[in-house]
Design a binder for this molecule. Structure first.
Ligand SMILES: [Zn+2]
Length: 306
């Protein structure tokens, strides 16, 4: 059943767990994620980026997720990840998405507020949730100064003003994580103090982007079968659990599924060099993604909440 992010995340905040937002680009990922979520009776957010819309086509990707929502008995939302193009955001609001993110984090504070408020004004009347973002997503390096650290991380005082003036339903914050498979040069570190400060000042659910764990077993498996992934480093599981306890209610996962899918497809192709059936290697990839999603749902504490 299709619901909004607001519904899912307000419940997560009350219950002190997080709902996973998993990115999809194709049918195999939609099936893997919703199968795993239903098995564990977990709510789930299906995240679609502007790039995914470009790749799959708007109607294809929307209809895939809506079909899954009809077929599954768990609550799930269809969410635009990192919306920046107002035309795409408008199409999502009017075209079946139940939640959109407006990413104005690259803009100066006042401009971020203006563009975010604009999206809230368009989305709210249609019953669509809005996620905003404040702060710069970047890893905290070992030799970074306090001033440099503060310039990247979300400012707790600004966060209060941002939420009040925009009316967003949830807020993505920068606390030391970054996108992709190469998050940290030194030891992984998250600004837990900052999560706590921000959570103390605002009442809406907080969102953590760039939170993949970058499982080294999956990286090694992919490399064993020809990938060249070196120096990858992600957010440790215990850090994610701690962040959820401090107020994170939505955790975005993309990289971990990509690496697991890649490793499984490479292994399958390598072990059956005579094969030509796409169902064989895509099926292996699909099963690997479902396994990642099951583990994440357990980690976030959302099992049994759907
Ligand atoms: Zn993100």
């Amino acid at each position: 059943m299709l619901v909004t992010n607001k519904e899912l995340l307000d419940a997560a905040k009350a219950g002190v767990y997080a709902v996973g937002a998993f990115n999809v680009n194709n049918m195999e990922f939609v099936q893997a994620i919703t199968t795993a979520a239903e098995e564990l009776r977990s709510p789930v957010i299906i995240a679609v980026s502007e790039g995914a819309i470009k790749y799959a086509g708007f109607d294809y990707i929307v209809d895939l997720v809506r079909l899954a929502a009809r077929e599954r008995s768990i609550p799930l939302s269809l969410h635009l990840d990192h919306g920046r193009d107002m035309a795409v955001i408008d199409r999502c609001i009017g075209g079946g998405f139940t939640s959109v993110m407006i990413d104005g984090s690259h803009l100066p504070f006042e401009e971020n507020i203006a563009v975010t408020r604009e999206v809230v004004e368009r989305a709210k009347p249609k019953g669509v949730s809005v996620e905003g973002e404040l702060g710069r997503l970047a890893g905290i390096e070992d030799n970074i100064s306090v001033e440099e650290r503060d310039a990247l991380l979300t400012d707790p005082v600004e966060a209060v003003e941002f939420v009040e003036r925009t009316g967003v339903d949830s807020l993505a914050i920068a606390v030391g994580t970054s996108h992709g498979a190469y998050k940290f040069k030194g030891e992984p570190r998250l600004a837990f103090d900052r999560i706590e400060e921000i959570a103390g000042g605002i009442s809406i659910p907080l969102v953590l982007h760039g939170a993949s764990g970058v499982n080294q077993t999956h990286v090694a498996l992919a490399n064993e079968f020809g990938a060249k992934l070196a120096g990858t480093k992600g957010v440790p599981d215990d850090a994610v659990v701690r962040a959820v306890r401090l107020g994170i209610c939505k955790v975005n996962i993309d990289t971990d599924m990509r690496i697991a899918f890649l490793a499984a497809v490479r292994q399958s192709l390598s072990e059956k060099p005579e094969g030509i059936d796409p169902r064989s290697y895509l099926g292996s990839g699909r099963e690997a993604v479902a396994k990642v999603v099951r583990a994440k749902i357990k980690l976030f504490g959302s099992a049994g909440k759907g």
